[in-house]
Each structure stands twice: as C-alpha cells, then as structure tokens.
Write a protein that binds this ligand. Structure first.
Ligand code: SF4
Length: 124
C-alpha cells in the first residue's frame, strides 16, 4: 500500500501537537529530535513535498526532520539546483559532467531532466 510507511512513523506514536508548534520553538526541537530517529524519514520527506506542492507551497509544521522554514529553504535550493542542471544540459554537458560540477549523482541529473521533459509534454 502507498502509505504503509506511515505505520512506522514515530510521530504517530507521540503527541501530534509537537509537530505543529505555536510560539516557542521548544516543541519543534523535540519533534525534530524524534524525526532524527524515525525510520521512514525519506518517505516522509517525499510525502511532505507532494502535500506542500499541492498546497501552493504553503508550509506548516515540522516534517521529515525539518521545520517549515528549513523545508522552504530546501525547496528553494533544489529549484536553483534544478535550473542549473537544465542550463548545463542546454550547454550539452553529459549527466556525469553535470553531476561532477554540482556534486550530485548522475542519477539525480537524469531524474531532474526526465521530470522536466514530462512537465513540458504535459503543457504541450
Ligand atoms: S520523519 Fe516524518 S514520519 Fe517520521 S517522525 Fe518526523 S514527521 Fe513523523
């Protein structure tokens, strides 16, 4: 099942308000410490990105070991990286060359290119 990973989510076994702190950052720090031990953090990260993308990028609460602000920064950094990948691609660099220049795997380069191509086909 698609959301099977949620059965192993540590936040589901503790006080949910910790992940949606109001005011002081103390609750968020506790939540982020728990996230650091969570076995499904990668799945949670992907899920959070999808949920927040669907919500026009609005971020609320802690997910996958990051505060809303940290996730916003991560998204902005990923967008900059993806733009750089596409610029290098237009310049004719291979996935391996781009990966070397940006310090990422060629698999990531291919994934970004594929996603971009699919987006363009959806728009056309
Ligand atoms: S990583 Fe995600 S699933 Fe795990 S405890 Fe943190 S918010 Fe919950």
């Amino acid at each position: 099942m698609k959301y099977e990973w949620m059965d192993s989510a540590l936040c589901a076994q503790t006080e949910p308000d910790l992940w949606y702190p109001e005011g002081s950052g103390q609750h968020a720090r506790t939540a982020l410490r728990i996230c650091a031990q969570c076995p499904v953090r990668p799945e949670c990260d992907e899920y959070a990105q999808n949920v927040e993308d669907a919500a026009d990028g609005r971020r609320h609460g802690a997910w996958a070991g990051m505060s809303a602000r940290q996730r916003h920064r991560q998204t902005a950094a990923t967008a900059r990286r993806d733009q750089q990948i596409l610029r290098f691609t237009e310049q004719g660099l291979s996935a391996d060359e781009i990966g070397d220049r940006l310090g990422i795997t060629s698999r990531t380069v291919v994934r970004v290119r594929t996603a971009h191509r699919q987006q363009q086909q959806e728009v056309a």
